[in-house]
Design a protein around this ligand. Sequence first.
Ligand code: HDE
Length: 721
Amino acid sequence: MPPRKDSSTSSAEDAVAATKTEDLATHTESSTDALLTTNHGVRINDDQNTLKAGTRGPSLLEDFHFREKMTHFDHERIPERVVHARGAGAHGVFRVYEPMGALSKAAFLRDPAKETPVFVRFSTVVGSRGSTDLARDARGFAVKFYTDEGNFDLVGNNMPVFFIQDAIKFPDLVHAIKPEPHREIPQAAAAHDTFWDFISVTPESMHMIMWVMSDRAIPRSYRMMEGFGVHTFRMVATDGTSRFVKFHWKPLLGVHSVLWNEAQKISGFDPDFHRRDLWDAIDQGHFPEWELGVQVVEEQDEFAFDFDLLDPTKLIPEELVPVQRIGRMTLNRNPDNFFAETEQVAFHIGHVVPGIDFTDDPLLQGRLFSYTDTQLLRLGGPNFHEIPINRPLAPVHNNQRDGLMRQTINQGKVAYGPNTMAGGCPFQAGIAAGGFTSVPVPTTGVKVRERSPSFFDHFTQARMFFLSQTAPEQLHIIKALCFEVGKVEILAIRERILFALAQIDGTLAHAVAKGLGMPVPETIHPPLNQQVPADGDVEAHQPTAVNRDAALSPALSMLTAPIEGVATRQIAVLLTEGFDRANFDAARAAIIGAGATIKTVAPHLGEVTDAAGGTVLADCSFLTTASVLYDAVFVVDGAASVDGLGKEPDALHFVREAFKHCKAIGAMGEAERLLTQAGITPNGDPGVVLGQSTSGNHEAFLAAVAVHRHWAREAADVMPA
Ligand code: HDE
């Protein structure tokens, strides 16, 4: 953590407080020569045995050390987050490219010389704290900027839209998607009756459903996913002009995913796959980076779109409003302690700084209530802002006092304002002094519980998303729907989902219906929209069926993005006794030279001998690793090694699975024989690189790795799972 100022003390007191904090830190941090103490500093001479009346006698209540230790242990867990319980965090910095004062007066966006510390937490939404990283799910992408003007939290997801339009439906959505309450099954999965029941009568969710069924829901890495603020926010320029803004994070490593078959297997082989990947990358100095992007809409253009900017189930196509990349975030430090930092960090969409403001998006408005409320339970009271990871760098001065676990020792007797006894301090900050003022948006209206009719087109953007995908991406959406809805036991729910899909696209509905073995519905029947408006006119409030086509948005496809090289990709290098040293060395040099990472995999751990009697250490054996954990496979040349691997069923399975998952495979010289033995017929597949061990072929292999997946292979899928 960056050094923190004690919150509510004056500058002379700050120094005292800082010394105090350091003292406390020295006391609590363990050092190599530290002696064991109780929490109150009393040295302990035996931590192996409880105090007993005789060596075989009963334990004594008097044992204060045992009771303190055990009580602390009994209270070690705090409630996990209701949603986003499973996560991983990292520290970093953010820097803007150019002064952005013409867009936002936020100081951290105005000074390109200024490095703002950040803490980021990535998460899945649905699963419990111990659930697998590879669940099909949206991912949380929450960034806390510790700016000089206070903390700004950008609490987003890796998808730009959401399931529902109004916050009041959030508990229903979450209850539906969480494990079913009678038997708490399934964990971290949407593929069950209650979720699809809710979706089948909530047509506004269909756009988000397209995203969640796409490969965006099974990212290859947290480092390789986009982030979105989802809602339309406002930015206020130094001259006071307010504009609408959508936030984006663009990963410099490109956007990549895994296959569903792979995701399910990774969940078994390494449920910590994403958490480990983030940690390892930072640990190895491969710092993940994103560019912060903004889509800006002038206030007068609020109604220029054929959807409502306040509707969080809609996105602004990048082709209509381009994303301007305004700065870069680099994650460069792993947390010291998972609980203290990643678990206790408290994000809140309401943590904004002058220059950033809200809109009336009804989902955003509801979130403004929920985040503080949830921390009160999770972190045990109103002083969670004093936990080191949550403390702002900007000094805190106010009259808030006391409460559970208060850390600050406020001095003096004045804890109110206005006052005269403290000279009026702390003073309200005018605009010139950086005081936050809300954009004076005119607001009038009749008090209603209703949704704006401008929110009622639930299918146009769902259709735009589906049709903007490439053929393999569309196939994955279809397969995901067949899987998910195929797990639904109640047939009427399956039918209703097919009705909804039929409103999006006929081909989609037909393909899913075929997978489910059900007829394709022609019309919406029974009515999908459950919201009965206050005026009782149900017909007028039905979602409009698709009767117009929005222009396609190629930016919505992951596969149309430029190929970004192989930096940080994980490549498994298979070898055993008798491998060809020159081929191994050349491959290793090429892979490492291109910034990728290799792991040697052999039938056993320890030393593996090459044909000339030299050795390398195997990083993994076929027992301790699996093909699904890698981006590509390289089989090392050498007749004896290839023969040896050919006798290992696990080695054959390793390359078969890599082939099935459309990964690049390099097999030069004799190594090609292993592929033949595994039943792989390359047939000119650009992802299978054969030939002799020459630098040209190594380059061709790396170029094949950079493509990430060779989808053409999938269309002719001949490899069993
Ligand atoms: Fe959240 N959300 N959310 N959410 N959300 C929480 O806050 C909530 C929504 C998001 O790593 C909770 O501290 C409501 C959209 C992230 O700590 C809770 C609604 C988006 C995280 C909560 C939404 C998000 C949360 C649970 C509908 C993308 C994890 C624990 C109105 C823009 C932050 C907590 C972290 C966490 C409420 C919808 C993102 C209960 C009521 C839309 C990334 O307060």
